[in-house]
Design a protein around this ligand. Structure first.
Ligand code: FAD
Length: 479
């Protein structure tokens, strides 16, 4: 991984080159193409998957037509306030405004121009969101999202070169990106010139050394994201003198079925479930969110907890392909009552009974437990019960390259690189520097919203040509 001077003669030069074919890269590609530029996406894997394919594919967006159809009132201002509240005011409000205003139109654009059939989730709400604003495709799985984006890109005539790992950027002394070097599986290295470069190769979650440096509390945790996300965007940026921010920020998750290794939706908690440790006792206020819960679960004996819920909640969770898979694999324990659950999960019966009785008491009285979780209005757990043995995991990193409102990467002194852009996990997100700052959906939010912006601006930058005169870009159809 390095930054080198430009190659004297590129065999091929493409106006817009994009590194990474996850949600950010593919949204950028579609937008750059729409802006009239030829686009080449370089993807290290044989098939575009990325963390996007591992995700639940849920994208938060305010003011969409799907919300209006469901009678949900929401606004970009309300969404921005939720993001800032969850992250304790750490993120740059201007960056938050950019993505919260852009994401709704971006989803409607993906639906109208590219046929992605989103719907809004109305039967549960993730912690910290003041409105039902999670949108997903029918399977509620990120595999469907990345496949649909790839198909749209192929239909738009965008070239996606797979098995092409970018190993170096070529930059002038002034910071203009001239091209990239990529390595093929047989070891051959090729150089490609570009008019503009979009970094969409996510963060450093797959790079154990960087995780140890920036997120030591999860250094030994399961990494549940895409292993190919090695942090090149940050490393290249640092070599170029780019600004980085909030590098310890990340999305953890405190409910990954273990040992099955399947995400168990937080709807299990949001709808009234709880987590107990191997001693049958609760250990936290689970309602803050799944991200900060990763480290709390890992602090428990064996780094293990049980997520306990009931059949009604299982019915809601079943809309997720992951949950259905967990059930099919037998990772979801079913029991007629608490003693049977204790036996099936090998948890101490007396402690589990006392814990669940206490929780149900707070639900009846609308009380708040010793951890600060308020149970007013939370439905009771009604037998038959369900439980899943889970652990905490690192999902992806949220710190990264600082970009402006046009997704242009900024130098340390605040001025923008002329033709370098970043989106998704490659860019600094809107979660601040702590796990607790991650509001559900912040990952795909910046992948989709910033991805579209980065592609549009890259297309415009590349079209500006050698004379530097920017030419008009077609307006966004939905935004
Ligand atoms: C289990 C799980 C569930 C999640 N659920 C949600 C959710 O429901 N909602 C949400 O908002 N977020 C969710 N997230 C987070 C979300 O998946 C990410 O924030 C999002 O996918 C990031 O998109 P991206 O395009 O930046 O990165 P990715 O999708 O990871 O794409 C990056 C691509 O770049 C490629 N690449 C990397 N380096 C190179 C290189 N040097 N050369 C060429 N290619 C390269 C990679 O192979 C990859 O294909 C979840 C994450 C996980 C792990």
């Amino acid at each position: 991984m390095s930054v080198r001077p430009p190659d004297p003669a590129y065999d091929v030069t493409v106006p817009v080159v994009i590194v990474g074919a996850g949600a950010a890269g593919l949204c950028a590609a579609l937008a750059a193409r729409e802006a009239g530029a030829e686009v080449l996406v370089l993807e290290r894997d044989p098939v575009p998957r990325g963390s996007t394919a591992l995700s639940a594919g849920l994208i938060p967006a305010p003011g969409t037509r799907w919300q209006r159809d469901a009678g949900i009132e929401d606004s970009a201002e309300g969404f921005a306030a939720d993001i800032l509240a969850k992250a304790g005011g750490e993120p740059d409000p201007a960056a938050v405004r950019t993505v919260t205003e852009a994401v709704g139109p971006a989803l409607e654009w993906l639906a109208d121009a590219h046929g992605l059939d989103f719907s809004v989730i109305t039967d549960f709400r993730y912690p910290g969101h003041s409105a039902n604003r999670m949108h997903g495709l029918p399977s509620r799985a990120g595999g469907e999202l990345v496949d649909r984006l790839r198909q749209a890109a192929e239909r738009a005539g965008i070239d996606i070169l797979c098995d092409a790992q970018v190993v170096a950027l070529h930059a002038t002394a002034e910071g203009r990106i001239a091209g990239v070097a990529l390595r093929r599986p047989d070891g051959a290295v090729e150089a490609i010139g570009c008019g503009a470069l979009v970094l969409a190769c996510n963060g450093y979650g797959g790079n154990r050394a960087l995780v140890r440096r920036y997120v030591p509390e999860l250094a030994e945790a399961l990494y549940f994201g895409h292993p190919g996300n090695q942090g090149e965007a940050v490393l290249w940026g640092q070599a170029l003198g780019a600004a980085t921010r909030h590098l310890p920020g990340h999305q953890g998750h405190g409910s990954v079925a273990h040992p099955a290794g399947i995400l168990i939706t937080w709807a299990t908690i949001a709808e009234g479930g709880v987590q107990v440790n191997a001693e049958g006792r609760r250990f936290s206020d689970e309602s803050h969110g799944y991200s900060e819960q990763a480290a709390r679960v890992l602090e428990q004996p064996g780094g293990i907890a049980w997520t306990v819920f009931d059949a009604r909640i299982a019915g809601i969770a079943r809309q997720f392909e992951d949950f259905r898979e967990a059930e099919a694999l037998g990772a979801v324990v079913e029991a007629a009552d608490v003693p049977a659950l204790a036996a099936a999960a090998r948890l101490p019966e007396a402690a589990l009974s006392a814990t669940l009785a206490e929780v149900e008491g707070w639900k009846r009285t609308g009380g708040t437990d010793g951890f600060g979780r308020g149970f007013a209005g939370t439905p009771p757990l009604v037998p038959p019960l369900r439980a899943v043995r889970v652990t905490g995991a690192l999902f992806h990193t949220q710190g990264g390259l600082v970009v402006d409102g046009e997704a242009r990467v900024l130098h340390g002194d605040g001025h923008a690189f002329p033709n370098l852009l970043a989106a998704g996990g490659a860019a600094c997100g809107v979660s601040g520097s702590r796990a607790s700052g991650y509001l559900s959906g912040n990952g795909l939010l910046t992948a989709v919203a910033l991805g579209r912006i980065a592609g549009t601006v890259a297309g415009r930058t590349a079209r500006a040509g050698a004379d530097g005169a920017e030419r008009p870009v077609p307006a966004h159809p939905a935004g």
